[in-house]
Design a protein around this ligand. Structure first.
Ligand code: GRG
Length: 305
């Protein structure tokens, strides 16, 4: 929605996302060119351009802008976080992990390139992400670059994604029902950690104060958890929608979910509470500048895929 002058422009989320996704895709295209050896770079690009929603880069850019920064300073971090996300999906799909044939409706990386190349493609993306952060960032004080690199590494490693995945694997199978605290631990590490790194890195590169960075950190953790609670709710609602059309396969049958532990209504209330607590962190910010973050939180709360 637009009015006459640029100042009066009302925030339009759809246009914002469309524009930023194009810019992120261009930056990723530049960051991961198809070069020698071709097969490994092709495999890296295959998963990177397989239709991801780009939520983490969008959060990174929106956080940078929320503290008054320009997106160009956050773009290397936005690309880096998408590379780490992509590598984690490639690894998650491997036969030794979830053994999935499809991701985003397309054959998984190892189905197309073989397990050996898929592992290397993941490794290549992980290392390139760190290189991006260290070399592509322009005009940012070295202590900020270092702080951001630390955030990303922490989110990826055994205090983040790796910890969440390890705990998830430990709790999977044999129809185990895990405790609420364990479920929360898994989601905070598998999902919220990278949301947190995305937002915190954006705020660091945007020149945010320590206080702003910490508020945005809490915001990101809340919406990271919210993302998973909504995912669990969608599993249930999609399953019951499918009941009419198919034999009624329960999409969430073999895993513990928030609706399973809390009931659907309480899970929905929890999602609402998380969204409220997240946006509460943004009250002291310039409301025009945080509009994209607020809209992203609402999108995460209300998404249907
Ligand atoms: C980082 C060294 C290292 C290892 C990775 C395999 C692994 C360890 C972690 C798995 C992490 C994982 C699969 C988390 C799930 C995260 C998640 C919520 C995925 C879906 O995110 P969307 O919906 O995905 O943003 P799109 O498809 O839009 O990109």
């Amino acid at each position: 929605v637009f009015t006459t002058t640029e100042e009066e422009k009302i925030f339009n989320f759809v246009d914002y996302v469309a524009e930023k996704v194009i810019q992120v895709n261009e930056a990723l295209d530049d960051a991961v060119p198809l070069k020698y050896p071709h097969r490994i770079h092709e495999a890296m690009r295959y998963s990177l351009f397989a239709g991801g929603k780009r939520i983490r880069p969008l959060l990174c850019i929106a956080a940078c802008e929320a503290v008054g920064g320009h997106q160009s300073t956050a773009m290397p971090a936005a690309c880096a976080v998408e590379m780490i996300h992509t590598m984690s999906l490639i690894q998650d799909d491997l036969p030794c992990m979830d053994n999935d044939d499809l991701r985003r409706g397309k054959p998984t990386n190892h189905k197309v390139y073989g397990e050996d190349v898929a592992v290397l493609a993941g490794d290549g993306l992980f290392i390139l992400a760190i290189e991006q952060m260290a070399t592509a960032t322009r005009g940012v004080a070295p202590n900020r670059v270092l702080a951001a690199v630390r955030e990303l590494i922490k989110a990826g490693g055994a205090e983040g994604l790796v910890a969440g995945q390890a705990e998830d694997l430990r709790c999977t199978g044999n129809n185990q029902i895990v405790k609420l605290e364990t479920l929360e631990y898994i989601h905070l590490h598998k999902t919220a950690a990278l949301f947190e790194a995305s937002v915190v890195m954006g705020a660091i590169f945007g020149g945010g104060t320590d206080e702003q960075v910490e508020k945005l950190r809490i915001f990101a953790r809340k919406i990271g958890l919210l993302f998973q609670v909504v995912d669990d709710i969608l599993d249930v609602t999609r399953s019951s929608e499918e009941l009419g059309k198919t034999a009624g396969k329960d999409l969430a049958a073999d895993k513990t979910t928030y609706p399973k532990l809390l009931g659907l209504e309480k899970a929905m209330e929890f999602a609402e509470k998380l969204n409220g607590e997240a946006t509460e962190q943004l009250t002291d910010f310039d409301q025009k500048k945080v509009a994209p973050l607020v809209a992203l939180a609402d999108y995460i709360a209300c998404r249907d895929n």
